[in-house]
Each structure stands twice: as structure tokens, then as C-alpha cells.
Design a binder for this molecule. Structure first.
Ligand code: NAD
Length: 392
């Protein structure tokens, strides 16, 4: 079949196997081109390994650090007539590329919030790696069924306390408009913390520890977003921020149990991923931010951020903020970048969008997540959705 993008709101319901393979290949090329990362963990577990920051972490671990990996994600397999989700193709492409350089890559697909997936992952680690030195928690999910109570929680992307009026962007139409967002109920806030907060991270580390598959001196990282005050009404000071605050609590709890350096929350920059595209305000902030950072020569995507995390920031003495977090959002939040973003934000409208923001770059990044628009891929060619072509 000929596979084309089919976009519905902020998701694309098709994915291109050859394009996803090329996307993975290009990210590997970026990391490999920078050379080996000395001292990197050699046995790594990545939770949320198939896309965005988790996929970038797995790529940097293997192709920068020479690590064997176990990855966990929740993706949709293809059928004869339907494409897989992009993450499914990414996983197959990653496994093939890792095999080429003689590195182990075992991927488990299913619900990481469940006890069954934790048990299966522990077995995969024991069978393939023995133990792990690094656990990266990079999950972004809309729903979680609690493994003990069976209760299903949903995350809500809402402000707290009172309605807020915010500027946002229809990325399809290129229209900037104001919208009023209603505040979360206490249940919605609690649900968001249950899905995106630190409890599942703690459960993973407890299960891995009890099973004896954490190596002495292991480290675990969980990713957060803080962002600028332009997005705070819908992010940091909203339901998602409450969930992310709970990660800080969980990190402290893991450190208290397993060692002063065992767990760190890492604050990363805003990038285009499936998860971030769904948050109101964030795409508008993103298109302005990306244009400013590109003009200043500071722009990074997932792979550049994670490569910098492991190649430079985690190599030196631990530099932490007041809450004990590692900061990789330093360039995004630097005064020159934020001053310019805020200056443009005050003037942003449908009319000024082409001058002040990078909608074309955002759209290209969005399509790339699903394997579309990559150089070197023949999108006119017949493609079997069940086969991920090897990239030479
Ligand atoms: P993403 O949507 O690209 O990837 C999410 C991953 O989670 C995928 O691998 C998916 O398969 C997996 N997943 C979802 N539900 C699952 C489940 N039930 N079981 C197993 N796997 C499951 O997301 P992302 O944007 O890379 O986000 C990863 C982390 O990075 C999140 O904590 C997010 O808050 C953080 N972060 C994102 C940004 C951003 O701008 N995107 C910025 C800073 C921090």
C-alpha cells in the first residue's frame, strides 16, 4: 500500500515504516557522529522507549554509551491493511540497528503500569542483562489502571482553582485564538497525579530492587517539564505541574531508600512529541520558542537534548537546582531566549504568526514523529505495513 499521513487533530492515525526507520537511523547518526560517551551505563532499562525522549535515551545509551537495553512501551502492531503505531516501527528499527553493532535490545510491549509487565521486564533483565545500571522513566500516558486497587485514573490537562484565558494555536489551520479553560475538579487533579506523578516510578524501582536486578550504584532518571511562565497556567501551575511535583517527592523517597544519588528528576526543554502536541498553549509557545532558539543557534530536539544530558551534564559534578533536579532546560529558560519569546508573545496573532514563529518547522517535526517527510524515503513506493525496511 501507499502510506500517507492521516491527521486527526493532534494525532496522526497512520505511520510510515520506512520513514520511522529513517528517523531512528538519523538520530543514531547524530549520536554516533559525536563519538563514544565515556563512563556511560552499559545495561539500561528504558520505560517509554518507543518515542520522544525515551527513544532518544535508548539511542544515546546504545550508540553513544555502547549499552545493551531492555525497553518497555505500549504500541500497536500492524495488520495486513493497517499501519502500526509509529513507536512499534521505531522499536523494530532500533532493534535492527542495535543488532548491527552487536548490542542487545529486548523490547516488551504492553501496559507498564501493570504488575504483569513489571514481572515480565524483570525476567527479561535477568535473562539478558543480569542487572541494570540505569533506569530511565520516560512515560507519557493519558490513563493508568492502578495495579493494586484496579481503579482507572485519567489525566486531565486543566488549570487549577479558576478558569484561565489563554492564547493557543490550531496547528492545522495556522490560527491563533484565545480560549477559556475551565479548572480541574479535585478528582481530576488527583487523577492526573495518579497517572503522571511518581507512584508508578517508585513501584518500578521497588519491584526491580526487590528482584535483585538493580546493580550496585545504579541510577534512575525521570523526565519533567517546568517551562516558562507563559505556559505555567496550563502546565507547571496546573494539573500536570502537580503530577510533576509528585515526581520530585518520589525522587526524594527513592534516594532516601536506595542512596543519595540513586534518583534524579531531569527537567527537559519543550519539543514536539505526541504527548506535548496534545497540550493547549504548548504548540503556540513551541512555535515561537523554536523560531527564537533557531535564530540564536540554540535549538535542540529530543536527540540533541538527551545526547547533551549524557555526554556533558551528567559527566561533571552533580549540578542541581534547589529541588534537587538536573536542568537541561537552561537554554530554553535563559533570559535572552525568554525575553525574546515574551516580546513576540505579546504580538502573536494569526497575521503575525509567519513572521514571529516557526509553524512550518513544528509541522515538519510533527510529521516526522510518524515517519513522514524524511529525506531519503520514497513515499510513492508500495510499502508493506508489516515490514520495517532496513536502512543501509
Ligand atoms: P511520547 O509521547 O513521545 O512517548 C511516550 C512513551 O510512553 C511511548 O514510548 C509510549 O509507548 C509510552 N507509554 C505510554 N503509555 C504507556 C503504558 N501504559 N505502558 C508502557 N508504555 C507507555 O512522550 P514524551 O514527550 O517523550 O514524554 C516523555 C517524558 O518526557 C514525559 O515524562 C514528559 O512529561 C517528559 N517531557 C516532555 C517534554 C516535551 O516537550 N515533549 C518536555 C519535557 C519533559
Amino acid at each position: 500500500m501507499i502510506i500517507e499521513p492521516r491527521i486527526r487533530g493532534f494525532i496522526c492515525t497512520t505511520a510510515h515504516p520506512g520513514g520511522c526507520a529513517m528517523n531512528v537511523h538519523q538520530q543514531i547518526g547524530y549520536v554516533a557522529g559525536k563519538g563514544e560517551i565515556p563512563g556511560m551505563a552499559k545495561r539500561v532499562l528504558v520505560l517509554g522507549c518507543s518515542a520522544g525522549y525515551g527513544l532518544a535515551s535508548r539511542i544515546v545509551a546504545t550508540f553513544g554509551g555502547g549499552a545493551d537495553t531492555v525497553g518497555v512501551s505500549f504500541e500497536k502492531a500492524p495488520s495486513e491493511t493497517k499501519t502500526a503505531s509509529a513507536g512499534w516501527y521505531n522499536n523494530r528499527a532500533f532493534e535492527a540497528e542495535a543488532a548491527k553493532v552487536g548490542r542487545k535490545a529486548v523490547t516488551l510491549d504492553g501496559d507498564a503500569f501493570s504488575d504483569e509487565m513489571k514481572a515480565a521486564t524483570i525476567k527479561a533483565i535477568a535473562d539478558n542483562l543480569g542487572q541494570v545500571d540505569l533506569v530511565v522513566y520516560s512515560m507519557a500516558a493519558p490513563v493508568r489502571t492502578h495495579p493494586r486497587t484496579g481503579e482507572t485514573f485519567r489525566s486531565a490537562i486543566k488549570p487549577l482553582g479558576a478558569p484561565v484565558t489563554v492564547k493557543t494555536l490550531n496547528t492545522d489551520k495556522g490560527e491563533v485564538f484565545e480560549t477559556e479553560l475551565q479548572p480541574a475538579t479535585p478528582e481530576e487533579t488527583a487523577g492526573t497525579v495518579a497517572v503522571m506523578g511518581g507512584e508508578d516510578w517508585e513501584m518500578w524501582i521497588a519491584a526491580l530492587s526487590e528482584a535483585g536486578v538493580l546493580a550496585p550504584g545504579f541510577k534512575t532518571l525521570s523526565y519533567t517539564y517546568i517551562g516558562s511562565e507563559l505556559t505555567w497556567p496550563i502546565y507547571w501551575k496546573a494539573t500536570l505541574g502537580k503530577a510533576k511535583e509528585d515526581l520530585d517527592r518520589a525522587a526524594a523517597a527513592i534516594r532516601a531508600r536506595l542512596g543519595a544519588h540513586a534518583a534524579r528528576v531531569v527537567s527537559l526543554k519543550a519539543v514536539v512529541t505526541q504527548a506535548s502536541s496534545a497540550i493547549p498553549v504548548v504548540p503556540l509557545y513551541g512555535v515561537v520558542l523554536f523560531k527564537v532558539m533557531k535564530e540564536m543557534g540554540l535549538h535542540e530536539g529530543c536527540i540533541e537534548q538527551i545526547d547533551r544530558l549524557f555526554r556533558t551534564v551528567l559527566q561533571g559534578p552533580e549540578a542541581l537546582d534547589e529541588a534537587g533536579r538536573v536542568r537541561l532546560d537552561d537554554w530554553e529558560l535563559s533570559a535572552p531566549v525568554q525575553d525574546e519569546v515574551k516580546r513576540r508573545w505579546a504580538r502573536i496573532s494569526t497575521e503575525t504568526l509567519p513572521e514571529l514563529a516557526d509553524l512550518a518547522g513544528f509541522r515538519a517535526d510533527f510529521l516526522k514523529i510518524f515517519g513522514f517527510g524524511l529525506a531519503g524515503v520514497d513515499y510513492g513506493a508500495e510499502q508493506n505495513p508489516q515490514v520495517v525496511p532496513a536502512i543501509a
